[in-house]
Each structure stands twice: as C-alpha cells, then as structure tokens.
Design a binder for this molecule. Sequence first.
Ligand code: F6P
Length: 324
Amino acid sequence: MQQKNIGILTSGGDAPGMNACIRAITRTAIQNKMHVFGYLNGYEGLIHHHFIKLDSRAVGNIIHRGGTILKSSRSPQFATLEGRKLAYQSLIKNEIAALIVIGGDGTMKGAVEFSNEYSDITIIGIPGTIDNDLFGTDYTIGYDSAVQTAVELIDKLRDTANALGRLFFVEVMGRDVGSIALAAGLAAGAEDILIPEIKTDLNELSNKLRACKHKESFIVVVAEGDDAGGALEIAAKFKQMHPEYDIKTLILGHLLRGGNPTANDRILASRLGVSAIDAMLNGKKNCVVGLKNNEIIYTPLNLCQKHFLTLNKEWNHLIQLLSN
Ligand code: F6P
C-alpha cells in the first residue's frame, strides 16, 4: 500500500446513500491503517482547504440518513486551472495521495480534468446521483431511493386524483434522462410517461387517455427534461387541446433527493465504498467503482461520463399495456 492519508468528498446533487458510502469508506480505510480526511462542500472544500478528520465514531449513526454529512456543491471554481491548482495544494498539504469522489457526471468530469493535470494523485470515483445516468455501473447510489420516494408520493396523489376525477402531470427529476420517470411510472401504475428518450407527441397522449375512457383519473409522469417541456408547460399545452379535462400539476423536484436511503441503496453504497478502498490497496489508479450484473467492476475514470439511457422498451411496453 502506498497511501496512508486519503481524502473523501461528495459533490454535485446529493443522493440518499452517500452517508452510508462515507461510513463504509472510512471504516474500511481505518481498518487498513489509513487516515481519512473528509473534505467539506465537494470540490470547494479542496479549494479552500476545509476538511474534517473522520474516525469510526464520526461516521456512526449515519447509515440511515439522507443528504451528506460532508455537504456538497457544484463548484465553478474547480472548472478553472487555478481552482484545481489550489485543490492540489490542499491535498499535498495533508500528504494525501488518493482521493475518493462520490457524485454524478459533473463530479467525474472534474475528476478527469484534475487527474490529467496531477498524475501523482490517485482518484477513485463512486457513482452517486439519483439520475442513474453514469457509464460504468448498472445503478448509481440514490436512484433506488428516489424511485421509492416518487412512488410513495404518487400513491398519495392517486387518492385525491381519483376522488376528484383529475388528470395529473407529475414531474420528476431527470434533466437529460427518464430513468426515474420510467421506473416510477411503472411501479406507480401511471397511465403514461413522457421522457427525453421518446419524442413526445401530445396527440398520441390524447388518444391514449381517450382509450382508457372508463377511468376516472389519470397520472402522467413527466421527466423534467422531456422535449415537450416540464409538467407545467405540457399541462398548459394539453389544456388548450383538451379543456374538458380537469388538469393539475405536481413537481416532485428536490423532494426526490431527500429522505432515508432504501436498503438497496445502503447495500450498494457499502459495497462500492469498501471496493473503493480495495481498489487503492490493489494499486488501481484513476477508476470508477460500479456494479454490473451484481458484480463489482472498475472502469477507467475517463470513460465514466454521462450515460444516456438505452430505453428499457420492455418497461415502457408494460406501462402502456397495463394502464388500459
Ligand atoms: O442530481 C441530479 C439532479 O437531480 C438532476 O436530475 C436535476 O436536474 C438537478 O440535479 C437539479 O440540481 P440542483 O439541485 O442544482 O437544482
């Protein structure tokens, strides 16, 4: 083992399970005689040399908590040469030769730039984002929890939608991908989903809803990045076309990032956290730890960019089939 001091940070949008991952990394590192520096507010903490020392107790009682005890940020300064230089100096000051970054595609992009400039620092990435849109893993930490939250909220919405015979457009996060909308739509029994991976045609949606005329209420799940707009825009267009519907909208937004992680996310976070330390102990450099077919895999950091969903046609088919 070359590294004695390691750094950890969480960056970008927080995701339930990040704390479970920090816990797994810290405890595995300590058992391997490493010292753990938790950098605060993502890459901002590196730039401003803000960190806390983590020991086993510091990560106690957090496995079940959403958010991140290390806080997070999207750092414009880390996108600059000067910002990354300050970050490097902070690591050198703490004699850190390996850094674990937990986050989404923006986090990995920053890590690639940094590793191209400072080859003496090893970076291990762990995919943490509710969007499930990273290459190198089947699941990102937080996705399962976000889908679970969406389904629970849509279940509640169904009661009032049905009582008043309304059509609800429910917007979920997913700037570029419809992964949450697809899974939540299927699990919550939505009439339809509108996602960036499928060109939205509101006439088709009209036909669809007309075909389930016997129904008293409808739920359409919209990914925020859909090509026809978000839920508000789509609802306004649909109202123009169909004044006969009593249309309401609900934006679930940041609620999907909150709350306790599901058991699946805690297990995923624990496995990826331990595997990140294993990677270091085995001398791996600059890679992302992920899960493929339930096996841990390591993918070169520079390949782990945003992964646009290959539409799960079977799931979409099921939504259409079962909503009639
Ligand atoms: O974490 C990813 C994501 O949840 C996207 O789906 C969403 O568009 C974005 O974060 C929102 O980020 P912010 O909290 O910066 O508004």
